[in-house]
Design a protein around this ligand. Sequence first.
Ligand code: PRX
Length: 652
Amino acid sequence: MSTSTTNIESVLHEERIFAAPPEFSEKAHIRSMRELEELREEAERDPEGFWARMAEELHWFKRWDTVLKWEPPHAEWFGGGEINISYNCLDRHLTSWRRNKAAIIWEGEPGEQRTLTYQQLHRDVCRFANVLKRAGVQKGDRVALYMPLIPELAIAMLACARIGATHSVVFGGFSADALKDRINDAGCKVVVTADGAFRRGTEVRLKPAVDEALKHTPTIEACIVVRRTGSNVRMQLGRDHWWHEWMEAAASDCAPEELPSEHPLFILHTSGTTGKPKGILHTTAGYLLYAHLTTKWVFDLKEEDIYWCTADIGWVTGHTYVVYGPLSNGATVLMYEGAPNYPEPDRFWQMIERHRVNIFYTAPTAIRAFIKWGEQWPRKHDLSSLRLLGTVGEPINPEAWMWYRDAIGGGRCPIVDTWWQTETGGIMISPLPGATPTKPGSATKPLPGIAADIMTKTGEPVADNLGGYLVIKRPWPAMLRTIWGDDERYREAYWSEIEGVYFAGDGARRDADGYYWIMGRVDDVINVSGHRLGTMEIESALVSHEAVAEAAVVGRPDELKGQAIVAFVTLEGTRQASDELKGALRQHVAKEIGALAKPDDIRFTDALPKTRSGKIMRRLLREIAASGAVAGDTTTLEDFSVLERLRAQEEE
Ligand code: PRX
């Protein structure tokens, strides 16, 4: 955990504390620490009774028989129950005035706006559910969604949920190769895409990438294409169909399937330390319950709020806090297709002013970019509608937190720093804005019902303020159920590092007040702009280039992105290092995985530091990448001269 030492030291000096503003608390769902502690105590006393009481908030076709069946590491929540998520997010709201409430307000990057009421969204979801059926999709089939951030993406997700198909959203920034791998891993029958998307004023073409991917995806039977940009695309007869043509022909009613609680809702791929991305599987009832509750608690949603989570729907934050959580609560969700600095760096602030946004949830990497662009941009706009701010994705440094509070929140809005993961399905550690006093840089305390703790590698308790492994000791409703097609890896990756508890790779410490301070990943996963990338995948992409013999990838602290990607590369015998080759390798990684994974820095070396058993010592490379020197333990290193050469290269 050596890379995080400085992090611990710097936050140790953090003594500022901000009480929940009384005018916020008065109207909040949970108004004080006393109320919050009562909920926590209830959940500790009788976890199953607590979740059962909470589950009353959902609409069930059939009530559950058992709250939890726990055969570690497999959980079954609300066994015997029958439910449908699209019913809970849509139909449920149609029986009241909410049917005419805006569900989605969307802005395209070029500036057009669309508003869909709950009734309109319901109609489109039903129609697209019928389109999916026409394309041959049945309950249990998988559907890949490779789309821009447009309302059609939310419609497609909800339509899958309506008929019991399992969606697998692939972020539109991923390459054809990454899409192909994810389609094949999930065995998708249909893919939904668009001609392209707008990003920073230019078109990012999606359909050509799909065409490329579909050359090697035997399970795909049909491809449905939204016309977004209007650019020319090739439509393959019999396989490709226009969204608008099939929607026009589809009936606008479609009864929701009454699905068992554990029916697979979605697969979302995320990076692990070794091998290919893991297809994280989430199921229906437990996930919905947790998305619903945490949205209500953490964002303190009110009927009249305009809520904006800036995440792309291709990541888990978009699944839980753009689509399922807010819609289940009947909220009005703002969605935006494009870049935060298009046409100018005040696009977000302009939109907050235009739509009178009340709740704003974004990532530390975005906040650092805002700081760099300068306070004059937010200052140009009236941000007084904001009442709550949130962050997610990586640790936020206290100074960025203070800037966010002052420059965006006018010193008036509470900040919820929310810790969670693709695997946890929803927020696990976070303040509740009407109750919890906040400390800049701390995600504060676990939510009611979440049994978090900090342990040593051998499962021993850790004293206050000492770093350790962040674990969860009891199952929770939105926990991942398995890794799609690889249950053994599920056991190994999450439940075997420390006997009997869930561990997904973060280090943390707890202070004397019981506040959690997340220190970041302890394994070989890099967090770039709030997105997890496995070093292994980037290394595989590099090695697949003909000039590369071996590669090791590490993260280096980066002011803007959180971590930058540094690749140490050894070349095939006759190949010469050059700047052209560096450029070619960066392009190659972009093609294999996506632009997000492009190394910021490539360093050629004639050998990599290894242990005697041949393992690359990434820890040493991390130190070299960060500071140019190695202070840590090198006793297991096989060949010391390698380090000397890497260091010498650093000084050049
Ligand atoms: O390292 C933690 C970091 O992001 C990881 C999860 O990444 P992913 O599954 O892509 O989900 C991102 C959005 C939930 C975690 O293991 N992380 C997330 N939120 C925080 C965080 N680190 C510190 N503070 C946070 N609030």
